[in-house]
Design a protein around this ligand. Structure first.
Ligand SMILES: [Zn+2]
Length: 181
């Protein structure tokens, strides 16, 4: 399965956990070196990535519930963390919901990139010039706008963080939803 077939952050995290981190049932990692099975260094990187994502998700819920009732215990299974996140923040106001939605969307982009699916970035318009076809710069870990008219006075292309792309995406989505009602 290609990560591009999957759209939700939760599904991507599940794919990471099940296909990239855990050797398939019946396979022995040290013996079977099939092309579909990620190597040990990749698994460690994926493990760290999943752990960091879950920690950030839990901390964000706790921070955004400040002044409200405390959240319930987060799930031990990382694959359930987004469902928990949505449930634990359903009663928060719109601006905090937007923070939560943006974080989940941004983590979804990160999961896709970890799986090598950097094309996911192309499906977003530049938040400034609204040109499609943004490019992921792997070395600098930032998003680059290919539109030269969007570049600054010195010709340096406009760049974005994944968080900015996610915030812009969620803001547009909420704007469309508001117009539709
Ligand atoms: Zn641009």
């Amino acid at each position: 399965m290609h990560s591009g077939d999957i759209t939700s952050p939760a599904d991507r995290l599940r794919l990471l956990q099940d296909e990239y981190l855990t050797p398939r049932a019946g396979h022995r990692a040290e013996r079977t070196a099939t092309t579909t099975e990620p190597s040990t260094p990749i698994r460690l990187a994926v493990f760290d990535h999943i752990r960091a994502s879950v920690t950030e998700a839990v901390e964000t819920v706790v921070a955004n519930r400040e002044g409200n009732t405390a959240p319930t215990q987060p799930p031990n299974d990382p694959r359930l963390v987004y469902r928990w996140m949505v449930e634990e923040t359903a009663d928060l106001d719109a601006s905090r919901q937007q923070v939560i939605d943006s974080l989940m969307y941004r983590q979804g982009l990160q999961h896709a990139i970890v799986m090598g699916d950097t094309d996911i970035i192309r499906r977003h318009p530049c938040p400034s010039c609204v040109t499609w076809g943004l490019v992921w710069d792997d070395d600098r870990e930032q998003v680059v706008c290919p539109n030269r008219y969007c570049a600054d006075d010195y010709g340096q292309p406009t760049t974005w963080t994944l968080a900015q792309i996610a915030e812009d995406h969620i803001a547009r989505k909420n704007h469309r939803a508001a117009r539709a009602t």
